[in-house]
Design a binder for this molecule. Structure first.
Ligand code: KG4
Ligand code: ZN
Length: 341
């Protein structure tokens, strides 16, 4: 079976093609980063305009890379939530149109589910596990019992971790997106400036929630207070503190739910210090840790095609073309959402 996956939830126009026996056939991503850089963040109308402009070219390239024609595709999947609605609509409408014209099933996909399962495109799945989702729009911890059975343990109550990286980079005038820049710069930093770790008390209720807005403000205050601070020390301190928060809460969840496996997902899973520190801690507790390959950390169509395939195995006829594209549907309610149609 061959599934095409379309991802346009934010600023990447991406299409991947997954073959159930041969694996990933293609994964084409057209990034808009250069255009959004001058705004210091994602400008939604600009993102939508670029998706419209690029999506047919990306489709052609994905088919070429896979060396197949549209007629050979067995199903079309697309991210329908969460994301920027104007961006989501372009990918999901393209998928629905292809599905109607080719008379092949349409499979709606949840962006977070796709990020989590990107870890298993090239590897076997084993349940249960704790998923740490860290991206520009999300910071969440889930208990994953099986495909489709998810329990949200905690989430950010303000900024997402990738958003905090991007905002701190803006404060330090480093450019956009801030994550990879701070990650690189922090390696040159030596001095550790004390920064707060909000919501880090173990006993408190909702202890799996995150908060990064105060941390970002603390960075700003430190710079205002001391103009001699070295920028690489600030980057190093922010990264160390952020990674400590993420790792401590993940290990706490692993212990609480007595699982033996952690899966990291989303753009921030590319972070070098997070990879290093979580692997170190995992060794102490005899845990298995999975990170996606670098090419599948940030937004891509391969993860959408793969999850589309998994969902299609459960529901071979696919889903109604009336399934609505939404800015936000919580992952743990996505199954019920699909049943409505
Ligand atoms: O998953 P993603 O591509 O898009 C969303 O769904 O949000 O994540 C993008 C985020 C950005 O905030 C970017 O700064 C962050 O991932 N990011 C990183 C790194 N690479 C990308 N953050 C920290 N370290 C990195 N190496
Ligand atoms: Zn994403």
């Amino acid at each position: 079976m061959i599934v095409l996956g379309i991802e346009t939830s934010c600023d990447d126009t991406a299409i991947g093609i997954y073959h159930s026996e041969k694996g990933l056939l293609s994964n084409v991503v057209s990034s808009q980063i250069n255009l959004h850089q001058e705004w210091g963040g994602i400008y939604p109308e600009l993102a939508a305009r670029e998706h419209t402009k690029n999506i047919t070219t990306v489709l052609d390239l994905a088919l070429k890379e896979a060396n197949i024609t549209l007629k050979e595709i067995d199903a079309i999947s697309a991210t329908i939530t969460p994301g920027l609605i104007v961006s989501l609509v372009i990918g999901s409408s393209t998928a629905k149109t292809l599905s109607a014209v080719l008379n092949k099933p349409f499979v709606p996909v949840h962006h977070i589910e796709a990020h989590i399962f990107a870890n298993f495109i090239h590897k076997k799945e084993e349940y249960p596990f704790i998923a740490l989702v860290v991206s520009g729009g999300h910071t969440e911890l889930y208990l994953i019992e099986e495909f489709g059975k998810y329990k949200l343990l905690g989430k950010t109550i303000d900024d997402a971790v990738g958003e905090a990286y991007d905002k701190v980079a803006r404060i330090l005038d480093l450019g956009f997106p801030g994550g990879p820049i701070i990650d690189k710069l922090s390696k040159q930093g030596k001095k550790l400036i004390h920064l707060p770790k909000p919501l880090s008390r173990k006993k408190q209720e909702h202890r799996f929630n995150f908060s990064f807005s105060g941390l970002k403000t603390a960075v700003l205050r430190q710079i205002e207070k001391n103009s001699n601070l070295k920028i690489e020390d600030v980057a190093h301190s922010f990264q160390e503190t952020t990674v400590e928060i993420l790792v401590e809460k993940t290990i706490d969840a692993v212990k609480e739910f007595k699982v033996k496996k952690v899966v990291v997902a989303g753009g921030v899973s590319a972070n070098s210090r997070l990879r290093e520190k979580l692997k170190e801690e995992a060794q102490k507790y005899n845990l298995q840790v999975e990170f996606p390959p670098m090419s599948l950390c940030t937004d891509n169509g391969a993860m959408v095609a793969f999850v589309g395939y998994k969902r299609l195995l459960r529901n071979p006829k696919g889903y109604s073309l009336l399934t609505q594209t939404k800015a936000r549907v919580p992952l743990d309610r996505f199954e019920q959402y699909l049943q409505k149609y």
